[in-house]
Design a protein around this ligand. Structure first.
Ligand SMILES: C[S@@+](CC[C@H](N)C(=O)[O-])C[C@H]1O[C@@H](n2cnc3c(N)ncnc32)[C@H](O)[C@@H]1O
Length: 191
């Protein structure tokens, strides 16, 4: 448990595991190195579907390579597009079974720190994620405390505290480390 709290990425995955099952669909809103995409593809199994987005070619090639290496390519639709296009993506809009959406915000590990997620597009993608999520589903957002990340965190915090009661919103924050990443978790109630 202590380790889960120390590594918020592991905590996000642990919470997703509680909701996502074989045959479900899931979205990786920030594919990056492909670690979360591979995780989701493993959980949904051969009969499930994962949609993964990234607007950096470097991330798309890293994710493609990781999917090939793990033999999971066939169950993933990888989009070289920003997650803000999620709302107009026909495949997602037609899929009634999206049980999890993961956002790991910020920049590509080892990549250009200027090419980071931005408040405006993150907030647009979150609105789409909320609308495509199935009842009983989960959204995780991991926010980092670099300057753009802080602005994202503030916007998320501000919006999420008044989210309609169809959803429950939680925040996991390391109270005595101001620079530690902060995890938001949103669950959508069963209808
Ligand atoms: C912290 S990394 C993600 C880590 C990743 N989930 C993994 O498992 O390695 C953040 C990623 O968000 C991507 N990104 C930035 N803006 C984006 C946008 N508008 N839409 C989709 N991805 C974006 C960056 O290119 C970067 O690869």
């Amino acid at each position: 448990m202590i380790d889960l709290f120390k590594r918020q990425t592991a905590l996000a995955k642990g919470l997703v595991l509680d909701v996502l099952s074989e045959g479900d669909s899931a979205v990786d809103a920030t594919a990056g190195t492909g670690a979360d995409t591979v995780f989701l593809a493993g959980v949904v199994g051969e009969s499930g579907r994962v949609y993964a987005f990234d607007n950096q070619w470097e991330a798309i090639s890293k994710t493609t390579a990781r999917l090939k290496a793990t033999g999971l390519t066939d169950r993933v639709s990888l989009f070289y597009r920003g997650h803000e296009t999620m709302g107009s993506n026909d495949a997602l809009r037609r899929d009634p079974n999206i049980k999890a959406v993961m956002f790991n915000l910020g920049y590509l590990p080892g990549g250009d720190h200027q090419k980071t997620t931005k408040t405006e597009t993150t907030m647009a993608a979150l609105q789409s994620a909320l609308s495509i999520l199935s009842p009983g589903g989960i959204i995780t957002l991991l926010a980092y405390m670099h300057p753009e990340g802080k602005a994202e965190y503030d916007a998320l915090s501000n919006d999420l505290k008044s989210l309609e009661s169809l959803y429950d919103v939680y925040q996991v924050k390391t109270m005595n480390h101001q620079q530690a990443p902060i995890l938001f978790v949103i669950t959508k109630k069963e209808e």
